[in-house]
Design a protein around this ligand. Sequence first.
Ligand code: ASP
Length: 313
Amino acid sequence: MQNRHKTIVVIGTGGTIAGTAASAADHTGYTAAQINVAQLLAAVPTLSGQPLEVLQLAQVDSKDMDFGVWRALALAVDQAVARPEVAGVVITHGTDTLEETAWFLQAVLAPAKPVVLTAAMRPSTALSADGPQNLADAVAVAAWPQARGVVAVLAGRVHGAADVRKAHTYRVDAFDSGDAGPVALVEEGRLRILRPWPQGPATGVQSLLALEPTAWPWVEIVTSGAGAQARAVQALVRAGVRGLVVAGTGNGTIHSALESALTEAQGQGVTVWRASRCGMGPVLGDHPRGWPSAGSFTPAKARVALMLELMRA
Ligand code: ASP
């Protein structure tokens, strides 16, 4: 049963869910981040009467997400979950970088209460906008007493922060959890649990929040593929990069031209991790040069994880 007496804090950050287009038929030529979170909630009549508190933290297209917003968001979420009267937090977000924000918040805060990211593939003005149902489902999950940690709720599915990724450019059910599969389904405001709730790290990397984002370790992704160029790595090392995630071919394999440059980079103190550009599946086994696998993380999520790892070091 949902916890309908405790407060849910709903934090708006922008995205297509808050986007508007000139025509109801237009699903691509819209402007993201136009309407505020109170207006988003007003479009969901089933939420009236539920104790909701609203905070408009940012208003950005999430393709432009930056570390300043991340830091402010993490601090706001941390404050909200610390309040005894708060059951959980909902964050409205763009779909483009949602998987990165999800892992960032999970790894930094390791929240004991539910922190639920939601988004939409269609703008609020669309004939059949997906935002209102996603928002209703996200509030249902945030009020679910057994829920905890950071999850994403879209198209009736609950995805864990470590697994969620945007897997389609256009479809309304654009998100999946790779091999892990969704944690639960949301059906008529109730959760049908499909697998054990993800645990996430026991403690967060809160030390990051004490630093200005300009001081956060700089990590980039280099993609391996036909004709890969050592000079891409060399340029990043010259510019001061601290970590490199290689979006490798297949099972994290790396073009020999990049391998030599990465070995040199490592000699200069740059940390190298291997992920895969496949989009599905873990990177298994050891690499002859000892570069660790990023497990099942997408390259985008591995980049966030490596940044946090460098903070711990
Ligand atoms: N560019 C948009 C954003 O990420 C896309 C979306 O939300 O679906 O904010």
